[in-house]
Design a binder for this molecule. Structure first.
Ligand code: GLU
Length: 297
């Protein structure tokens, strides 16, 4: 009997260099997969040009290598996958699982983020339109077991309603692209920040529409700054410091409650990574949505 290899991934958007928060996601998913001898894939989610920063992808690749986080196979750039996303949209439309919507920003702003289905039965054709998923007419409850947070349920009908898979400006939505590419890359284990836990039911719903298998999900806490905000480029999170990779890795392992020994502080990047793979235990991570970043990050 052949055993299926676990496949994990890190999927940064190239909006800037890695900071402590993004390194934690990369490190946790890497260790979780390497500790069971699986493959770790890298995907650059560059499908939103207005948000991207020139050169950020290359910086991210260099930072990962400097921290000993080496991926398997070629890097997948979502900007090379646009034809696959377009084909999936056609497929969903042909099955009546998606439709065009012409609602403008002003109207949508009155709906509190929950689409009311105005364009559902209008049979609009392509134009100044977005494309939305058509949820079943009955409320759709999606539940899954999160390997860190535990059971998670969401009624997507009440939470977002028919959600967008292609925007009016023709850009493909994160929800659609992530589902297609997790499938394309054969991902079996998704470990990422808790800010994406509420996106997971939409992703599971899309997987079901497309007949894909569902990966196993685990959402780790996000690292927050002194004001309790997620470390992010918008909140001016500091880029990881070159030359301090060992200290950063040790602090990230400590933050992930892996109890790295003090003696590992001065070890090389490779020694720290080797120790971390051998001692990785995802059950030690607190089932919490956020934890403050250590001082200095
Ligand atoms: N590209 C997303 C981000 O940088 C992560 C996507 C994912 O892990 O599903 O926040």
């Amino acid at each position: 009997m052949s055993t299926v290899k676990a496949v994990g991934r890190f999927a940064p958007s190239p909006t800037g260099p890695l900071h402590f928060g993004s390194l934690i996601s990369a490190l946790a998913s890497f260790l979780d997969i390497r500790s069971v001898g699986g493959h770790w894939m890298l995907r650059i989610e560059d499908i939103d040009p207005p948000r991207e920063v020139l050169g950020a992808s290359d910086v991210i690749l260099r930072q990962l290598c400097a921290h000993g986080l080496h991926w398997d196979g070629p890097v997948l750039y979502q900007s090379n996958r646009l034809a696959a996303y377009a084909a999936a949209i056609e497929h969903l439309k042909s099955k009546d699982l998606a439709y065009y919507c012409s609602c403008n920003r002003k109207r949508l702003s009155t709906l509190n983020g929950i689409y009311d289905g105005l364009c559902r039965s209008l049979e609009l054709i392509s134009g100044e339109t977005s494309v939305r998923i058509r949820l079943p007419s009955q409320p759709t409850l999606i539940g899954f077991y999160d390997h860190i947070l535990g059971d998670y349920d969401q009624n997507i009908t009440n939470y977002v309603g028919d959600f967008i898979i292609q925007r009016k400006d023709q850009l493909f939505s994160y929800q659609l692209a992530v589902v297609l590419d997790d499938h394309y890359q054969g991902i079996t284990n998704v470990m990422r920040g808790s800010d994406l836990v509420d996106s997971t039911p939409r992703q599971i719903y899309l997987q079901r529409c497309l007949g894909y298998s569902q990966p196993q999900y685990a959402h780790i806490p996000i690292a927050t700054n002194a004001l309790g905000q997620k470390l992010s480029k918008q909140n001016c999170a500091a880029s990881l410091k070159q030359g301090e990779e060992s200290l950063t890795l040790w602090s990230a392992l400590d933050w992930l409650q892996q109890s790295p020994p003090e003696s590992l502080h001065n070890s090389s990047v490779n020694e720290i990574i080797e120790w971390a793979i051998a001692h990785w235990n995802s059950k030690k991570i607190k089932p919490s949505l956020s934890i403050s970043a250590p001082h200095g990050f």
